[in-house]
Design a protein around this ligand. Structure first.
Ligand SMILES: Nc1ncnc2c1ncn2[C@@H]1O[C@H](COP(=O)(O)OP(=O)(O)OP(=O)(O)O)[C@@H](O)[C@H]1O
Ligand SMILES: [Mg+2]
Length: 290
């Protein structure tokens, strides 16, 4: 059987009919409603949609980390194992060893009181029992080097505040990398960063995918961000998938009005002058009647 056939027939992650609900005074409210998608081995999926559309709840459901009160139904199959049926302990093993999550704000995930190297070493040793300190330190330096932190052997002993926002995000990615995950879920990994640093982080994610073969779920409200990195895309609104397909296909020919509006709202760098113009003067519509 060719590799291609295998990947298509046996995705790394297959989510089917995922519904996430929270109790309210009026009964359970679905914040994710009957969502299905899959991520091929080595593939990258973008989940996009406006704030509150259910992107984070989807990823947290996959991780089995829904906030209190949240309940998930449907099927979440990871590498052939049904995660929704796993006891908490086994789920924690899968989560710790095979799925890594990168969040929006690296400061909230890094402890300001500990050297970054110590934190990477801790993360590494928590899922690799019996690793010596010196071995963990070597892995931490290697990981920092891999995410292009210069002079990693010195920087490993620095504290989070000694790094820029973009560097801190790369440190979080380094931490995730030491797990050698099969799947990386990045939830708005570049939202807090300026445009040039965003591009660096996206390049890094693409590079890691290429080098390690890890699959990626990239969550963002910014369509410009997914276009560069992902193969497939799911567009969410109010917890529902309004459109899905190849990223290229959805971008070149969006089927849903909602997607078209999202695409129109993307301020690309080369459009910024245009955006300024539209906000400061009435745009003229070529061929229009006004
Ligand atoms: N703990 C909670 N209890 C009840 N409802 C919640 C809880 N957390 C989130 N929600 C609701 O779930 C819905 C989806 O939220 P979610 O965080 O998945 O949105 P999102 O697409 O990630 O948005 P953003 O782009 O702002 O991060 C929202 O309507 C939100 O109000
Ligand atoms: Mg979110």
């Amino acid at each position: 059987m060719s590799e291609h056939t295998t990947a298509a027939a046996d995705p790394l992650l297959a989510v089917e009919g995922l519904t996430v609900s929270f109790p309210t005074a009026a009964g359970p409210a679905d914040v994710v409603d009957n969502l299905s998608f899959s991520v091929p081995r080595g593939g990258a999926l973008g989940i996009v949609g406006e704030s509150g559309s259910g992107k984070s709840m989807t990823s947290l459901a996959v991780m089995g980390l829904l906030p209190k009160g949240g309940a998930a139904t449907g099927s979440i199959r990871f590498d052939g194992t049904e995660l929704t049926a796993l006891p908490e302990k086994r789920l924690r093993e899968v989560r710790g060893d095979r799925i890594a999550m990168i969040f929006q704000d690296p400061l909230s995930s890094l402890n300001p009181y500990y050297r970054v190297g110590t934190q990477i070493m801790e993360a590494y040793r928590s899922h690799r029992r019996g690793v010596t300190r010196s071995e963990a330190r070597r892995v931490a330096i290697e990981a920092l080097d891999r995410v292009h932190i210069r002079d990693a052997a010195t920087r490993v002993d620095h504290y989070p505040h000694q790094f820029s926002g973009g560097m801190r995000q790369r440190i979080m990615i380094a931490m995730a990398l030491t797990m050698e995950p099969d799947l990386i879920i990045a939830d708005e990994p570049t939202t807090a960063l300026d445009v040039t640093v965003q591009a660096q982080i996206l390049d890094l994610l693409a590079e890691i995918r290429r080098d390690t073969g890890a699959s990626l779920i990239l969550i963002t409200h910014d369509l410009a961000v997914v276009s560069e990195v992902t193969d497939d895309i799911v567009v969410m609104r109010n917890g529902v998938c309004v459109e899905s397909g190849t990223t290229e296909g959805v971008f070149s020919d969006p089927a849903a009005d909602y997607t078209r509006r999202l695409l129109d709202a993307v301020p690309r760098i080369d459009d910024e002058i245009g955006v300024l113009r539209t906000t400061s003067a009435m745009p003229t519509i070529p061929g229009g009647t006004r």
